[in-house]
Each structure stands twice: as C-alpha cells, then as structure tokens.
Write a protein that binds this ligand. Structure first.
Ligand code: NAP
Length: 286
C-alpha cells in the first residue's frame, strides 16, 4: 500500500481564501477589520519567525494586526497585565500568546488572562472545557486543523479507534477531545504508556504529537491506518517515520505541508469568527 498524502497546504490556502472573503464582508458591513494581537516574550528565533509569519498571513487576509514584543525578563504579573489590557481593548478581536514563554513565567496564568471571546488559539481553560463538553467555543488551532483535514479527506470518525500519542494542553489533549466529540473511541498515550506499539497497532487513526523525530515506526501501524503527523522537529522532520509509514498507511500527512499550515489557517479563521461575534453580535460575547 502506498499512502495518499493529505495536502494541508492546499486546504490551508482554501481556508485562508474563505477567511479573507469573510473579513472583507465584515469590513464592508461594519467598517471594521478583524484585528489579531500577537504577544511575544523574549527573542527566541523560532518564535520570532512564527509571529512574523502569522502577522504576514493576517495582512494577506486583510486583517489589522498588532505585535506586542516584551523583553525576556517580563514577569508573570507584567505579562498578565499586558494581556488583560488586550482583552479589554475593543479594537482587538483575537489574542495569540506565542509559546513557549520564558521558563520563569507562569504560562497558564498568562493564557488565562486572554478573554474567552478572544481566545482564537484555543488555549484557555474555558476553550478546553468547551471542547470537552461539545459546547461552542474556539478550538485549539492545531487540533482544529487536524479535524478539518480528516473531514476534507472524508475520514470516518464515529466508532473508529483513534490513538493520540501526546497529551499536551495545546495539542494531544484537545485533539483527543475533538475526536471523542465526533464519536471516535479515543486512547490517549503518553510517556508513561506501556507497550505503545501494541496500542498503535489497534488504531484506525493515529495522531502523533510527541515532539520526537520519526518516533512512530511504520511497523507499529495497522495496514490502512490514517496517520496524522503533528510533529515538527529540526530539519523538517515529523514524529512519524514517513517513508516507513507511507508503505502501510492509507492516508498520511506530510511534514512539512500537512498539519503545520492548517494551524495558522485555523487561527485566522477563528479570528474572523471572533470579530463577527464582537462586532455584529456584541451582546453574546459580553
Ligand atoms: P509537548 O508539550 O512536549 O508534549 C509531548 C507529549 O508527548 C507529552 O504528552 C509526552 O508525555 C508525550 N511523550 C513524550 N515521550 C513519549 C514517549 N516516549 N512515548 C509516548 N509519549 C511520549 O509537545 P507538544 O507541544 O504537544 O508538541 C508535540 C509535537 O507537535 C512537536 O513536534 C511540536 O513541534 C509539534 N507541534 C506542531 C504544531 C503545528 O502547528 N504543526 C503545533 C504545536 C506543536 P507526558 O505528558 O507523559 O510527558
């Protein structure tokens, strides 16, 4: 079997075009352009690059954008205050805190300063609870992109065994919750899981979100499994041994060009959603 590659880059372009169209409609109806504020603490080169890319994509979609750059020495309370300021600012519709933040900062406290109505990256406890309960709310951007990819390729989810490797609050955990909400039977695996290959061998859908290059081997996979590689490691290498997996899986996300481009596309789509809610239905967002 040779796996079909799931073209996240093409799907992200479609979503970005739809987002730009919706942003233009909002602007012509209200005179207001969606505004995404990015908060960057410190000078980590990868984070600087990510924020620059997100701001460029925001501009391409016709958004306003702001970047709040804070020094690496910023304290938790200074960061919380800065984010709370953006949460209260009516001109800002979505807030992105680029993470990881420096080690001395309480990242959870910083995330929680984002108003739920502006949590377009889906990182707050409110958003996680909404995903867990199947209530309306913003999805974590990468898991939201994974679900859109699965839907775009008509992958059935109900009753399927989905094995999610990784349980981080921004990726593994919400990915599993969104799959559960779609009636998949979900197994979460993590660093303490015993006999991971045997569990993966029972999966119809594998989501690899481990942060270790080529960690998931082709020999672990059930023939015909759908493999979502959310990993992004140095040298453009995913968390799945792609050449091996391609011989066993039915569908596989490439790295790069699979999950990665969907993350920014979902972030921007959710920023337009937030702007519509705040501009056109302000009563519903408080
Ligand atoms: P993370 O916070 O480091 O979480 C890694 C998870 O993998 C943890 O839950 C950990 O388990 C689990 N793990 C570690 N070693 C394991 C092992 N030997 N067996 C089973 N599970 C193991 O990482 P993350 O932020 O979720 O990111 C994961 C990957 O996705 C990285 O490659 C990252 O670059 C990528 N990523 C991509 C995007 C994108 O836009 N494409 C966005 C975010 C992240 P414990 O909980 O037990 O420690």
């Amino acid at each position: 079997m040779t796996a079909r590659l799931m073209d996240g880059a093409a799907l992200a372009r479609q979503l970005a075009a739809d987002t730009a169209e919706r942003a233009a409609r909002l602007a012509s109806a209200s005179g207001i352009r969606p505004c995404l504020a990015a908060v960057l603490v410190g000078e980590d080169p990868a984070s600087v690059t990510y924020v620059r890319m997100k701001q460029r994509r925001s501009a391409d979609a016709g958004f306003e954008s702001r970047t709040l750059r804070l020094p690496a020495s910023t304290t938790t309370s200074e960061l919380v205050e800065a984010i709370a300021g953006l949460s209260a600012d009516q001109a800002v519709h979505g807030i992105l805190l680029q993470h990881p933040v420096p080690g001395h900062v309480d990242e959870r406290a910083a995330f929680e300063a984002i108003a739920p109505a502006k949590d377009v990256d889906g990182v707050t406890m409110h958003s996680l609870a909404a995903m867990a309960l199947g209530e309306p709310g913003f999805r974590s951007a990468t898991p939201g992109g994974i679900i859109r990819l699965l839907d775009a390729y008509d992958v059935p989810l109900a009753g399927q065994h989905a094995v999610v490797i990784g349980r981080s609050p921004i990726l593994g955990k919400p990915a599993g919750l969104l799959l559960l909400a779609r009636n998949a039977t979900v197994t979460f695996c993590h660093s303490k899981t015993r006999d991971l290959p045997a569990i993966v061998a029972t999966a119809d859908i594998v989501v690899a979100a481990v942060g270790k290059p080529e960690f998931v081997r082709g020999a672990w996979l059930k023939p015909g499994a759908v493999v979502i590689d959310a990993g992004y490691n140095a040298g453009n290498v995913g968390d799945v041994a792609a050449a091996e997996a391609a011989g066993v899986a039915s569908l596989l996300t490439p790295v790069p060009g699979g999950v990665g481009p969907m993350t920014i596309a979902v972030l921007l789509a959710q920023t337009v959603d937030a702007a519509y809610q705040q501009v056109m239905e302000p009563a519903s967002t408080g």
